[in-house]
Design a binder for this molecule. Structure first.
Ligand code: SME
Length: 167
């Protein structure tokens, strides 16, 4: 059984603790589904003040729900739709301090107040997004964004994306 250690200290120390555990989970494992599933669980249990952590995979021009932790969520999101679809269209992180102020935000859990979505890109192509929701307004600041983008980079480098489904 793999256990998750709670992380403590200031924000940098907490992310360091999360990264070290992610490196342990990804060690000797390059399967895309296993690494997405375990990293969603790790982030869900360690970030704090989050109510949904998961992935959407880009399949034939729409995002389809992938491994996640949290309440059941909407399954398909078009490119350019919602926060996730906007992250794909613009190929960059969307950090939303107040989801009610984001035009077209797709509400999957009514408790969500802020959100961050980071695209996963390999060779310049978006394969998926990491979506994290919080019941706390303005939960994610610039520092969270930098650390979470590094986290996605670690996942990207640790994983073999050859067999990730694109349809
Ligand atoms: N809020 C997202 C939809 C996904 S759920 O939050 C899990 C969006 O607007 O794209």
């Amino acid at each position: 059984m793999l256990s998750i250690q709670q992380v403590e200290g200031d924000k940098n120390s907490r992310y360091e603790g999360i990264f070290n555990q992610a490196k342990g989970l990804f060690h000797d494992e390059r399967d895309w589904l296993a690494n997405m599933a375990n990293s969603a669980s790790l982030l869900y249990h360690t970030l704090g003040e989050v109510n949904w952590v998961g992935y959407y995979l880009l399949k034939e021009n729409e995002l389809v729900l992938g491994p996640f932790m949290g309440l059941p969520a909407c399954i398909r999101i078009g490119i350019g739709q919602g926060v996730c679809g906007t992250a794909v269209k613009e190929k960059r992180t969307q950090r939303v301090p107040d989801v009610h102020a984001f035009p077209g935000h797709i509400a999957c859990d009514a408790a969500t107040r802020s959100e961050i979505v980071i695209p996963i890109q390999v060779n310049g192509n978006v394969l998926a997004v990491l979506d994290i929701d919080s019941p706390q307004p303005e939960r994610f600041d610039q520092m969270d964004q930098q650390h979470l983008e590094s986290f996605v980079q670690l996942l990207t480098e640790s994983t073999d994306w050859t067999h990730v489904p694109t349809k």
